[in-house]
Every structure is written in structure tokens, then in C-alpha cells.
Design a protein around this ligand. Structure first.
Ligand SMILES: C[S@@+](CC[C@H](N)C(=O)[O-])C[C@H]1O[C@@H](n2cnc3c(N)ncnc32)[C@H](O)[C@@H]1O
Length: 268
């Protein structure tokens, strides 16, 4: 593993996504509570993932994390494979599925070099993962390779021009008297694992250029709307004040396309 990927691995193997904020133990009730919180904060996952449509489909999820979405695919009756770069995520998801009597082929693997034969999946799903991997374009080429013709990729990556990005820029560029620092550098340094990237619509279209029927839309997230504790790493009096006066209605009507999440559906 090269240095950049080892940094990503170390970050997510320390704690899986949402573990510190939303998982209080490893009992069935803990995983259920985390799942409830997830879909309360991110309700758009349901319609994007289309869990219930995946019965009897060969589905690969890349970057399973705590495994809530993976549980939903398993419950829907998908023939399921799940991978993550970290043992921690695989252990959480294995534990979760065992507790609910569900099955999946789970393994530690790298999205940039998938250990699967070409044209073997109907759906590849990945939520908030591929922008963390140092060579995102290589990972998307791998998604294309292992999909069957007619199969779908449903992938969420970060949107560059987002309120989360602007807030981080205010805090870590403007307020530190370094206004020349660009958004790419800000995401790479201050949003989750080192080297995290975010994409413009045009860049996303280039990443998915081998696919057809590409549909892309962005959503305003709980982070953009300051509706959750997700910004705790950046806690400050300024953030607390902003939470109180944040013009959520105005943002929803005037800046609807400035959300952090970019949801991409594309067909091979
Ligand atoms: C933000 S978390 C998202 C997890 C889950 N999809 C969710 O929505 O909660 C990012 C996950 O991607 C995984 N990841 C990062 N780079 C990866 C790679 N190259 N291959 C596989 N998984 C990767 C991390 O280990 C981590 O579990």
C-alpha cells in the first residue's frame, strides 16, 4: 500500500464512518439505532440505492463502512458482495449481518483493484467512498470493468461547490489569512481522510465517460444545512453561532445545487 492510501486506511481503520457519533455499542439495538439515525439524516439514500429493486441481482457495495446500506441490500434479497479497505468496516458489517441472520460475501479489498472477474455484477453501489481513494479514476474504471453490460453504477462522491466546502474555506483559509488556498486543498486537508477530493459536474462526467445514461444530481446535506453534529471536528464558537442563525430556507431556495453530495447513476 502506498503512503497516500495508507493514510486513508489509517483514518478509517481508527473509526468507521459515523462510528464515534452514532454507534454506542455492537448489539443489535445499537446497529438499529445507527441505521435509524442514518436514514433520518440522509433520507435521499433510500430512493437512490433502490434497495428493494435488487432482489436476485448480483450487487457489489464498495466501502461498506458500518454496513447499514449493506444490511438493506441483504434484507432485499440481493446476491451480495461487500468490500472495504479496512478490516474494521468488514468486522462491523459481518457482526451486523450475523446479528440479523443475513449473508454477504464480505472481504477487505481495494476499490482500485477489485478481486472480481469482469462483467460479474448487475449493480455496483458506493456511498461516499471513491473520493477518498487516491486514484478515483482507476476505481471508476474498475466499476465499469466488473459490471455486466446493461448493469448500473450508483455512486455518491463529493460536489466541489458545496456549502460544506465554503464553510471549511472560511474557517481554514480566510480566517487564517490564507485566502489563496483553494477548495481542493481544503477538502484534502480538512474533510475526513487525508487527500479527500470533490468534483465539479464536468469532472464527474469525465470520470464516468465510458458509461451511458449518466444522471447526476446534488443534494443539500445535513452538513450543508448545519442540521447535525457532523461538524464536531471543526467545533468553534463561530460554528455554534452559525448553527443558530443559519438561513436554511434561503439556502434551500437559492442554493439548491450547492450541496456536498453528488449522486451519480450510470449504465454500462
Ligand atoms: C465515509 S466512509 C463511507 C462508508 C459507508 N459507505 C457509509 O456511507 O457510511 C468511507 C469508507 O470508504 C472506505 N474506503 C476508502 N478507500 C477505499 C478503497 N480504495 N477501497 C475500498 N474502500 C475504501 C473506507 O475504509 C471507509 O470505510
Amino acid at each position: 500500500m502506498d503512503v497516500a492510501k495508507k493514510q486513508v486506511y489509517d483514518f478509517w481503520n481508527e473509526a468507521s464512518c459515523g462510528e464515534q457519533l452514532y454507534l454506542s455499542g455492537t448489539e443489535q439495538s445499537d446497529y438499529l439505532a445507527q441505521m435509524r439515525k442514518r436514514y433520518q439524516l440522509e433520507p435521499y439514500i433510500e430512493s437512490f440505492a433502490q434497495f428493494v429493486q435488487t432482489r436476485n441481482q448480483d450487487v457489489l457495495e464498495i466501502g461498506i463502512g458500518l454496513g447499514a446500506d449493506h444490511q438493506r441490500f441483504a434484507q432485499a434479497g440481493a446476491r451480495l458482495t461487500g468490500i472495504d479497505l479496512t478490516e474494521r468496516a468488514v468486522q462491523h458489517t459481518r457482526k451486523r449481518l450475523n446479528l440479523f441472520g443475513l449473508e454477504s460475501n464480505l472481504q477487505v479489498a481495494d476499490a482500485e483493484s477489485l478481486p472480481f472477474t469482469s462483467e460479474s455484477y448487475d449493480l455496483v453501489y458506493s456511498w461516499g467512498v471513491l473520493h477518498h481513494s487516491p486514484n478515483t479514476d482507476r476505481a471508476i474504471d474498475e466499476v465499469w470493468r466488473i459490471l455486466r453490460y446493461g448493469g448500473a453504477a450508483r455512486i455518491m462522491i463529493y460536489n466541489k461547490y458545496s456549502l460544506v466546502g465554503y464553510m471549511l474555506w472560511l474557517r481554514y483559509a480566510l480566517l487564517t489569512a490564507q485566502p489563496w488556498t483553494g477548495l481542493n486543498a481544503i477538502y484534502a486537508k480538512y474533510l475526513e481522510s487525508p487527500g479527500t477530493k470533490a468534483y465539479t459536474l464536468g469532472q464527474a462526467r469525465i470520470l464516468f465517460r465510458r458509461f451511458s445514461n449518466i444522471k447526476i444530481h446534488t443534494v443539500l446535506t445535513h452538513g450543508d444545512l448545519l442540521e447535525s453534529a457532523a461538524g464536531q471536528r471543526h467545533r468553534s464558537w463561530l460554528l455554534s453561532a452559525a448553527r443558530r442563525i443559519w438561513p436554511r430556507r434561503f439556502i434551500k431556495s437559492v442554493l439548491p445545487n450547492h450541496g456536498l453530495f453528488m449522486l451519480i447513476e450510470a449504465i454500462k
